[in-house]
Design a protein around this ligand. Structure first.
Ligand code: NAG
Ligand code: NAG
Length: 395
């Protein structure tokens, strides 16, 4: 009985002394910080637990990245692995603070940080520019412009991540090619990875990154006639069908372009006017929820011809008729207006006719060009009265 009680008292005291110890001069920070590169992308950082703390479960370490505060994490073992890309931060070193957070210490009183700076195996240097990849599932064709043509570059690639199988998946570029000012390489992957990590290195320097541009080919359109419609179809993008949005742009009879988009569907029907020429273009991109991929707009695909339909002929004929009539009316008007110049005054036959009809009285005064008889000069009649008519003279 007494032994158990004494043992219990001893344990309590030990605990109290430990707590007092921690409170008096904080928790000791982790020691023996070191790191090891598992490959050019992944590093394993490890350290030793501070002395005087009980082992295992309750010990926790806070890991703070000085370069990227969002990478804060809490680990309960004395190591962690992390992947780094030199071109993400244009840097070849990363600094971490590791802080001891044991529950045997005062909760608010963490240890002072132990700092470690991780450096890449070779110094970083920008070796390639404009690195872009084209996806031909499951292969990729990546190309770049070398910064210094005279340097002998080696390119390796693997699925990003720090799991063992990711690290094991690293491959060297085995089909390099040169095309104009660009160098390139075909990457053989079993499936198209969500993210691919690239290592470019020389004897002395290195650079690690993910491609900025991952392009896919635009959908290849297949066009068939289906009654009054044109049916467009194309093969779906690789992988998850929910990832893709297709944009089909077309013009009909050279009219303005319309660009309906289909959500994941790989067919489309367009009302077909047989007298029109159609020009189709296609483009594909991924939805927000999937890794960003897109294609350029395809070259146009032409279907049908622009024919002048019968209706158009009628319209053209009517327009010509209208124009001709307007010309005729205008010329008549001009002719009448300037008839005095073009022709001398001619009598209006209708007026003469009218006059003839209205011979018997109620003759209205007519104006204008009606015929007015010109008075002829005449000799005045002289009546000579003989002498013998004196009778009249006398009266
Ligand atoms: C990282 O290093 C620690 C300590 O050396 C080791 O126990 C652990 O297995 C290593 N992790 C990996 C993924 O190699
Ligand atoms: C390119 O690399 C060669 C060989 O290392 C070096 O002598 C030369 O100075 C480099 N040129 C440039 C522009 O960096």
């Amino acid at each position: 009985m007494t032994f158990t009680r004494e043992f219990f008292t001893f344990l309590s005291w030990t605990a109290i002394i430990m707590i007092l110890n921690c409170e008096a001069d904080r928790c000791p920070p982790p020691t023996g910080l070191t790191y090891e590169w598992l490959d050019e992308f992944t590093v394993n950082v490890s350290w030793k637990k501070p002395r005087g703390l009980p082992d295992d479960s309750d010990v926790k370490f806070r890991v703070e990245s000085i370069d990227d505060p969002s990478k804060l994490k809490c680990v309960s073992v004395g190591h962690f692995t992390e992947s780094f890309l030199t071109e993400k931060k244009h840097s070849d070193h990363w600094t971490y603070n590791i802080i001891n957070k044991s529950k045997y210490c005062n909760q608010s009183d963490e240890s002072l940080p132990a700092t470690i700076t991780i450096r890449t195996r070779k110094p970083r240097a920008e070796l390639v520019k404009d690195f872009r990849c084209f996806i031909y599932p499951p292969r990729m064709d990546c190309s770049w412009i070398p910064v210094n043509q005279s340097l002998n570059l080696t390119l390796s690639y693997r699925i990003c991540g720090h799991l063992e199988e990711d690290i094991k998946s690293i491959k060297k570029c085995d089909e390099p090619y040169v095309h104009g000012n660009r160098n390139g390489c075909y990457l053989n992957t079993s499936t198209v990875p969500e993210n691919i990590c690239i290592l470019v290195e020389t004897e002395a320097v290195m650079s690690t990154f993910t491609p900025n541009v991952l392009e896919v080919a635009p959908p290849k359109l297949n066009i068939t006639e289906e009654g009054d419609y044109l049916k467009l179809s194309w093969s779906p993008g690789y992988g998850n069908s929910h990832c893709w949005t297709y944009n089909i742009c077309y013009t009909e009879c050279d009219k303005f372009e319309i660009c309906p988009s289909t959500n994941g569907e790989t067919t489309m029907r367009v009302p077909y006017d047989k007298n029109c020429l159609y020009e189709f273009k296609s483009q594909v991109s991924t939805t927000d929820k999937c890794p960003p991929r897109s294609s350029r707009m395809s070259d146009p695909v032409i279907y049908g011809t622009n024919k002048l339909p019968d209706v158009t002929l009628y319209v053209v004929a009517s327009v010509i008729a209208v124009i001709l009539s307007i010309c005729f009316i205008l010329s008549c008007y001009c002719f009448r207006r300037h008839s005095a110049i073009i022709c001398p005054i001619i009598p209006d036959p209708s007026a003469i006719f009218k006059e003839m009809m209205m011979m018997n009285g109620n003759r209205e005064p007519t104006t204008g060009s009606l015929y007015t008889p010109v008075p002829e000069p005449f000799e005045p009649c002289r009546i000579t009265v003989p002498e013998n008519s004196s009778l009249q003279e006398n009266s």
